[in-house]
Design a protein around this ligand. Structure first.
Ligand code: HEM
Length: 364
């Protein structure tokens, strides 16, 4: 029966060739590391985020009068609502951790170099889309933190010369964060950004498959490919099949991240729910201290240390442009970290500054 079914499908859809090309016949370098599982981890976490997000939509009502109480209802009355909401909120933070680790590891291995420029560029846009998804989601519970963190974040756009004030008004849909802001952030968060994200993930995966995974640039056996003749669609002769060999590794790492997510959600959810998330938004009472999420602290602190917000924004813009264009700036073919001392120095300096600014932002 099974054979008949597969033969039937194969005649019409060529499923055997498809499975061979994409799974068992798709060979990967034998030396792939655990760092190469982070892309799969991201796919799994985004899938879970989609599922918990859809379930939250069943009870969430997006308006200033109802948003906070509908989230309270999800937490207190809806069966397992607390679990779904906590997994969604904590999951967004774990995704940012995985995004940062994925970006930092592919950068360290020089995997952004020719011919993988578009894989990097699409990844960089994905990273930014992910952060905007978090930012828009942050407003939806309409808590004190939601309201004031969004006020502070949208305020920063006011430093842009000439169009600053108009830009802030455009982002908020008025002079202040209000129901209109909630409406447009809701539309962005549940439809526009997820659609853009999933489209772009498709492109990212296609470009990654087209060029093949870059062989990790470590060990005595590593051979630097000839810059003029980098093979596309590498077959990695003698490599391991994606399925089942590498899928098992991917699966183990996905389990690890899911365990981390469940552990934080069960035992230390307060890490991501400070007291100001428990009070409804009050536009007339500014809390004493309003801090953005941990992954925006570096940007928040950069705006504070420069004498004008405009310089701070300029520095951030220049840094993000540098990151986006990295494959077109660092064009040497060499990928072995030990042979790239200038890159390594800049790399660790950036990581150090990022960490220092984030810690400073947290305690300031
Ligand atoms: C939604 C977010 C993302 C998803 C789902 C995703 C998924 C993947 C997957 C499945 C792979 C292949 C396996 C691996 O190396 O892990 C990969 C490779 C890659 N990703 Fe991403 N990625 C995302 C974000 C990013 C970001 C933020 C960057 C960098 C700015 C990036 C840059 C790359 C590069 C350069 C490769 C090629 C690695 C190689 O050939 O060794 N990705 N991605």
């Amino acid at each position: 029966m099974k054979k008949f079914l597969i033969d039937w499908l194969d005649e019409r859809l060529a499923v055997r060739a498809l499975l061979h090309n994409q799974l068992t016949g798709y060979l990967l370098p034998r030396t792939l590391t655990v760092w190469h599982t982070l892309g799969a981890v991201l796919l799994a976490l985004f899938g879970l985020q989609l599922l918990t997000g859809i379930l939250l939509l069943v009870y969430y009502i997006p308006s200033p009068e109802t948003a906070f109480s509908s989230v309270e209802r999800i937490m207190n009355d809806v069966p397992f609502g607390w679990l779904i909401r906590t997994l969604h909120a904590v999951g967004s933070n774990i995704i940012v951790v995985a995004l940062l680790l994925h970006m930092v590891s592919v950068a360290f291995m020089g995997s952004y170099k020719k011919p993988r420029e578009l894989t990097w560029l699409s990844g960089f846009i994905l990273f930014n889309l992910g952060l905007v998804l978090c930012l828009t989601g942050y407003l939806l519970p309409w808590s004190q933190l939601s309201f004031w963190a969004t006020t502070v974040a949208t305020d920063a756009a006011g430093a842009v010369p000439i169009v600053g004030a108009k830009l802030v008004e455009f982002l908020r849909g008025g002079p202040m964060v209000s129901g209109v802001t909630l409406g447009r952030f809701f539309a962005l968060h549940v439809i526009v950004l997820p659609l853009a994200l999933f489209g772009l993930i498709g492109f990212h995966l296609y470009s990654m498959r087209r060029t093949g995974i870059a062989t990790p640039p470590f060990g005595a056996d590593y051979q630097q490919p000839d810059a003029a003749d980098i093979p596309l669609h590498e077959e990695h002769q003698g490599g391991i099949p994606f399925f089942p060999n590498f899928v098992v590794k991917d699966g183990a790492m996905i389990m690890f991240f899911l365990a981390l997510l469940v552990m934080v959600s069960f035992f230390i959810p307060q890490l991501f729910f400070p007291p100001s998330t428990l009070e409804p938004a009050d536009p007339f009472t500014t809390p004493e201290k309003i801090k953005p999420e941990w992954y925006f602290l570096w940007a928040y602190q950069t705006l504070k240390i420069f004498p004008s917000k405009l310089i701070g924004l300029g520095v951030q813009g220049a840094f993000m442009t540098f990151l986006a264009l990295l494959p077109f700036i660092d064009i040497g073919a060499e990928r072995r970290p030990a042979r790239r001392p200038v890159f390594l120095t800049v790399y660790f300096l950036i990581l150090l500054i990022f960490l220092a600014l984030s810690i400073w932002g947290h305690f300031s």
